[in-house]
Design a protein around this ligand. Structure first.
Ligand code: MN
Ligand code: MN
Length: 272
């Protein structure tokens, strides 16, 4: 059995904390994905379209002012994909979108094992008074009981509050200090992958609101994803800010991640 993968854009940045712009990311990623500048193959040899059934559903119409209404729209869209056994692959938007996406997936599959790439742990109880901040989605996911286990890779901004939150929720943080790809565990299913593009080094992904030097290479991210063998039930690629991008390089990185994650979803299907 081969899965259908639904590509869904979430044009929202209402929960960004410093500067907005991530709402413009989905069309920028789509332009890079479907551009003739590259082809549609993944590193495994699987090809999007020929082997991997990736269906682009376009962008969800979001208000980008009413968070509760937009959360409900996101949950409805993800649930509609699940109702026809499709696997949702979401394009943010700011990182706050992971919370409704994971909530909808966990309602179907039970608590998920989450592989989270980010410079930041996004575990704030609230950030500057906003509990739905893009700095807080994994606190909300853990409070909601939507995660069995979270492994965070790329972290290099851990402060006291987030260290306490990580200990409280038993989050497995693999900091960049002394990082090796082999430290990342092979997770059991159901897996959710969340890629905040600022987890990647700004030299390879400059188009983000919070660039943080000393990050992961694109190659490391691809290696970590490709060694996962359990079923991937959903994923998001978030925090591209096209206004800060240089020659579309971050959009091109995001488009490559779409191809690679979709191919990995295809490859791991039925391997719970
Ligand atoms: Mn981040
Ligand atoms: Mn993040």
């Amino acid at each position: 059995m081969h899965p259908v993968i639904h590509l869904i854009g979430l044009p929202t940045d209402q929960n960004s904390s410093f500067e907005r712009g991530a709402a413009l990311a989905p069309p920028a990623i789509r332009a890079a994905l479907w551009s003739d500048r590259g082809n549609l193959s993944a590193q495994s040899g699987l090809e999007i379209g020929t082997d991997v059934n990736l269906k682009d559903l376009g962008d969800l119409p979001l208000s980008n002012v009413d968070c509760a209404a937009d959360d409900a729209s996101i949950i409805r869209a993800v649930t509609e994909s699940l109702d026809i056994d499709a696997i949702p692959l979401l394009l943010g938007g700011d990182h706050a979108v992971s919370y409704p996406v994971v909530a909808a997936l966990a309602a179907r599959h039970g608590p998920l094992n989450i592989l989270h790439f980010d410079a930041h742990p996004d575990l704030y109880a609230d950030f500057e008074g906003n509990p739905r901040s893009h700095a807080s989605p994994f606190a909300r996911i853990l409070e909601g009981g939507h995660a069995k286990h979270i492994v965070q890779v790329g972290i290099r901004t851990l402060n006291k509050h987030c260290r306490e939150q990580a200990a409280r929720y038993n989050v497995d943080i693999l900091p960049m200090l002394n990082f090796e790809v082999d430290m990342v565990p092979i997770l059991s299913g159901p897996i959710y992958i969340s890629v905040d593009l600022d987890g990647i080094d700004p030299s390879e992904a400059p188009g983000v609101a919070h660039p943080e030097p000393g990050g992961l290479t694109v190659r490391e991210v691809l290696s970590i994803i490709s060694k996962q063998s359990a079923q991937i039930v959903g994923a998001d690629i978030v925090e591209l800010n096209p206004a800060r991008d240089v020659n579309d390089i971050t959009a091109i990185v995001a488009a490559k991640l779409v191809r690679e994650i979709a191919a990995q979803m295809h490859q791991n299907y039925d391997h719970l």
